[in-house]
Design a protein around this ligand. Sequence first.
Ligand code: PLP
Length: 398
Amino acid sequence: MGIAKRALAIKPSPTLAMAARAKAMKAQGIDVVDFGVGEPDFDTPQHIKDAAKKAIDNGFTKYTPSSGTDELREAVVRKFKTDNGLEYDKTQVLISCGAKQSLYNIAEALFDPGDEIIIPAPYWVSYPDQVVLNDAKPVIVETTEAEKFTLSARKLESAVTKKTKAIILNSPSNPTGLAYDKKTLEEIAAVAMRHKLYVISDEIYEKLIYDGFTHTSIASLGKEIKDLTIVVNGVSKSHAMTGWRIGFAAGPKDVITAMANIQSQSTSNPASISQKAALEALTGSQDFLKVMNAEFDKRRKYMVERLNSIPGVSCLMPVGAFYAFPRVSAHFGTRSAGGNVIKNSSDFANVLLDEARVALVSGDSFGADAHIRLSYATSMENVRKGLDRIEGMVKALK
Ligand SMILES: *Cc1c(COP(=O)(O)O)cnc(C)c1O
């Protein structure tokens, strides 16, 4: 009797939990500034919505092939060719219900009990739990601000054992907003090839980059590394389409086939209507992206500058995504105006919410307890107001 061990071993996504708490406070009429959000605050572009409406009106409302429609998979093949210089066959592409399902399919398709999966910290919250859910072992390797939160080949090498099966990379990164340069990726690829490790490369923030940063997919660095890499991407972040649930993966044919079989026995195809919308997102006008990125860029600079002006807070300038990830550990061991002791990032986040009405996610959720994550996917007005409140809260610490 009872719940399976694997289900008991995981916790609900902390970012979603924080969002629920902030939402409940807002519902009570409390004016909360929400820096917890993990999705663009922009609406899905009109031409994409129109494509979905047309799909409904045309009766495109039935099952599609479980791995996604041919036309969408072909569009994804073209996307990888154009954006990343990657050549895939349609059979090497799987469309899923969001990038998250693609990642989960990978975990189910690749991990056996006892396999070690290397995850650099700070990490996206779902990676370790997806590993645990598939009876494998997350091996967390910490990275530092001096390393710009990217995994060095040296640290990777020292974490590899005979049991290592894969590494999970996320560039640009949620939560740090930092990204891997080509040279670092080449060094990581060399380690992966030497030990025959799969590389799971989550590139969901590829299109949200600033300061002229060039995104490199590790799979594009040569045939040998391409054959070890499963690239995950999607339209959720790039086209403000989180609710539509379309993501995709591309990689070695045997891995994609295994993932497709798992999907065919679990969820079947992602929503037919969403697939038409995603097709329009990938093949229609990309003008929206410039508008969204210009706005994110403004908020990014303002937020990071303000954070760095707060005593005991320091923040690297992100080059991608829509998060800032400042260090706040200088304030651990203090007491808030309301008399609460701050021992860690979770206490810091709770005091901010309870006493300053700012919601954000504590760094411990991402394996980096010295930090907190602020999303700037909210209006500039909110960004200003929230930073005023954080500054006030911090200055009142004793
Ligand atoms: C948002 C996010 C995802 C999930 O994207 P969906 O398409 O909404 O499933 C995956 N990885 C990272 C790092 C993310 O931030």
